[in-house]
Design a protein around this ligand. Structure first.
Ligand code: ADP
Ligand code: ZN
Length: 742
């Protein structure tokens, strides 16, 4: 067996994955083969596997340097769940535990040892390590070594000494972010020897990007979260107060949300993070203090309630969504005023150069938010990557075509309203103009006599958020001007005046208003890559099972099995250990441990529910082409007991309808049972089930459309033959064909 095959075998058997993610195989080849290497993979790119797999494959101990205690524990839990002996040593452990683990290490019990960098240089520790049979060193979050990176940690600096401490051991440096400068720093500081540098694309195809105009942020966030029931997500806020307030708003709306920020005590922070990881609190409202060290793979959304300082932070923070490769959403709520707020902070920066850089970064961030072009392309360009497609199909701008639309009439209305207010010699802000336009009955409007203006009430037809967004675009385009005296009063610019006079047409970006519950309900949910259609009800059942088991074991649910695994279970309904092994994330250890339970769940489920059918996945992760269930006609497995029960009743003389009634199932389910009996050879004679005429029609359509999925076949027959019956007919035909062929 070649080493490559061997790696694939370990990938399948231990980690339960069928395919490598981009560059994993190459990195494993280098590092596993004893060479230094640098791996730059985006978050969710699967960096850990690059050193975990070689550690399993080969004898000896792999040392993993990791900056965060929480992460170490999580990884060790995950490895143990997959049956890999791993451990960590850090300051959180009791003395007896440390003694136990060091004894285990000396006895060669572990494949991986996780350490914080500072521990390495404690007195005598390195000497002790030298006595163990180390075979390789992996350095996670390697950018921490560089002062040029965004997360410099002085304790990483010393890691350069590893080379002299352990000459000859291959070192793998891993990070999710690295500019050219940081990359060079990593190689130099760690004294890596001519390492290949593997850089994966930073595109995250399963993330969907969107920017919404920011309205009343509390309500907006509540609506957005409500529209995604049960999904885990992070809402980033700029301030501690903001995080507290949003968490409060969500709780008031019945959503269990927790805050996370540096103002909480360490205990509170830990408890809130834990609740989030364990799916007890699906939503966490956090400042940027939250994130590093969050390994939760099933974060389904990241919202930004405030503008991030720069695109790097935005990319990092949104990157925490969808590590499991399933679709996830990134929504930025944007109000131009946010930029002004950050700008005020930036003024405090003393160093001129630093201030200039921060301003420039902020400008890039605002450009991103206001851009009408592909957001993915924009993000990737920022990291020096060219996105090759014209339309990514996964961002708001690509979906709306990014074209500006005509808004001449509305713009004229708003501009003349602003103009008249200004001419009435009482300059006011944009909100006032919008209120006048919408015919508000506010006392202030009446007392100023603005309800007498000709534009009063003209704009009732559109919601407030629409006008505000339009007003902001007119400001950006320079038709309106805003004072910077702190009152933000608005007036027409010279340009605006001439446009109004000459009735020039005005085009703006399509205005999406998502400021009301109704809007959120109607919200068009994006389509992102990576989705795995499945039996949603069964998925929920499996999730409940997983949660219960996780609680029993005191680990986060994703340690038991990821969502991708659960979704595959809920579309394949595996009926044997061999089929279970094909589920992503189910290695041998997990099949051994939960196989029985899962097969029982599938059995029970199919006894009560109809088996749903799914088209094969286009690009499946994990299991390559074999992720989709074997097509019904080709399923080699035996006949499920429930199907045999139906067959027995049929042989006793009952009709399909009668069996359905008696068993409390749908007739299509009984027909599906019969199809299963045909497939397994229990039932061979179509007589009495499908007429020869039906068989002929189905046979004809089958030649053109194939048997899987069933839908095109069903449509080709104009829906005249129900799904259950159709499937039965297909089963007879395919069985006949097989019999003839053999
Ligand atoms: P990173 O550290 O690069 O952010 P992780 O190592 O945490 O990424 O991996 C992210 C997720 O992807 C984990 O849930 C992991 O189990 C999963 N994963 C890693 N490699 C593969 C693979 N080859 N196929 C399917 N899933 C994978
Ligand atoms: Zn796009």
């Amino acid at each position: 067996m070649s080493k490559r095959d061997d790696a694939r075998e370990v990938l399948r058997r231990v980690f339960g994955f069928g395919e490598f993610r981009p560059l994993q195989e190459e990195i494993i080849d280098s590092f596993g083969g004893g060479r230094d290497a640098v791996a730059i993979l985006p978050t969710g790119g699967g960096k850990s596997l690059c050193y975990q797999l070689p550690a399993v494959q080969q004898e000896g101990l792999t040392l993993v340097i990791s900056p965060l205690i929480a992460l170490m524990k999580d990884q060790v839990d995950q490895l143990r769940a997959a049956g890999v002996e791993a451990t960590f040593l850090n300051s959180s452990l009791e003395a007896t535990e440390v003694r136990e683990r060091t004894a285990g290490l000396e006895a060669g019990r572990y494949r991986l040892l996780y350490l914080a960098p500072e521990r390495l240089f404690l007195d005598g520790f390195a000497d002790w390590l030298k006595r163990l049979s180390l075979r390789a060193i992996a350095i996670d979050e390697a950018h921490c070594i560089s002062e040029w990176g965004h997360d410099f940690r002085p304790e990483y600096r010393q890691l350069g000494e590893l080379r002299s401490l352990f000459p000859g051991l291959p070192v793998l440096a891993l990070t999710a972010t690295a500019t050219e400068r940081v990359r060079r720093d990593i190689v130099d500081q760690l004294r890596l020897e001519d390492p290949p540098v593997y850089v994966a694309s930073f595109n995250r195809p399963n993330l969907h990007y969107r920017v919404l105009p920011k309205g009343r942020v509390g309500r907006q966030v509540v609506d957005l979260v409500r529209a995604r029931p049960g999904a885990a997500g992070i809402v980033y806020c700029q301030s501690r107060k903001g995080a507290e307030k949003l968490a409060g708003d969500l709780r008031a709306a019945g959503i269990s949300a927790r805050p996370y920020h540096a103002g909480l005590s360490p205990e509170e922070r830990a408890a809130n993070q834990e609740a989030f990881l364990r799916d007890d609190a699906p939503v966490i409202c956090a400042t940027i203090a939250f994130g590093m060290g969050i390994n939760k793979p099933d974060v389904r959304f990241v919202f930004h309630a405030d503008l991030p300082k720069n695109l790097e932070s935005y990319y990092q923070e949104t990157g925490r969504a969808g590590r499991d490769g399933l679709p996830a959403e990134c929504i930025l709520l944007f109000a131009p005023g946010d930029a002004a707020k950050i700008e005020r902070f930036l003024r405090e920066i003393e160093d001129e150069e630093a201030r200039r850089i921060a301003r420039e970064q902020l400008r890039r961030m605002v450009d991103f938010a206001e851009s009408v072009e592909c957001r993915r392309a924009d993000l990737l360009r920022h990291f020096g990557e060219t996105y090759p497609e014209d339309n990514c199909g996964g961002c708001d701008n690509c979906e709306s075509g990014g074209e500006e639309v005509d808004a001449t009439r509305e713009a004229q209305m708003l501009m003349s309203c602003v103009h008249r207010i200004h001419r009435a010699r009482c300059p006011m802000g944009l909100s006032h103009a919008v209120a006048v336009l919408r015919g508000s009955r506010k006392e202030r409007i009446r007392s100023l006599g603005h309800d007498q203006l000709p534009t009063y009430g003209l704009g009732e037809g559109q919601p407030e958020a629409y006008w505000r967004s339009l007003g902001k675009q007119l400001l950006q385009k320079g038709y309106l001007l805003q004072s910077d005296d702190g009152y933000s009063t608005v007036r027409l610019s010279e340009r605006g005046r001439s446009v109004l006079r000459e009735r020039t047409s005005i085009r703006v970006r399509p205005i999406r208003v998502a400021d009301s519950a109704a809007e959120a309900g109607r919200e068009r949910r994006p389509s992102a890559a990576g989705s795995i259609p499945c039996d949603e009800a069964f998925f929920e059942r499996l999730r409940a099972w997983r949660k219960e088991l996780a609680e029993e074991r005191g680990v986060p649910p994703y340690i038991i099995l990821g969502d991708a695994g659960l979704r595959h279970l809920a579309r394949c309904y595996p009926q044997s250990a061999a089929e279970l092994l094909r589920i992503p994330g189910m290695g041998e250890k997990k099949v051994h441990e939960y196989g029985e339970a899962l097969l029982g769940l599938v059995r029970d489920w199919l006894r009560e529910h109809e088996r749903q059918e799914f088209a094969p996945l286009e690009e499946s992760e994990g299991r390559g082409g074999s992720t989709s269930p074997a097509s019904p006609g080709r399923s080699p497995g035996g006949c499920p007991p429930s199907a045999l029960a139906s067959l027995k009743m049929l042989r006793e003389g009952r009709s399909v309808a009668a069996i359905a009634r008696e068993r409390g199932l749908q007739t299509t389910t009984i027909e599906t049972h019969l199809a299963q009996c045909v497939e397994s050879g229990e039932l061979t004679d179509p007589d009495g089930f499908v007429s020869p005429g039906e068989l002929e029609r189905v046979g004809e359509a089958l030649r053109e459309h194939g048997s899987y999925p069933l839908r095109p076949l069903f449509d080709a027959l104009e829906g005249q033959i129900g799904f259950g019956r159709l499937r039965l007919a297909v089963a007879f035909l395919e069985r006949g064909k097989r019999a003839a062929g053999s």
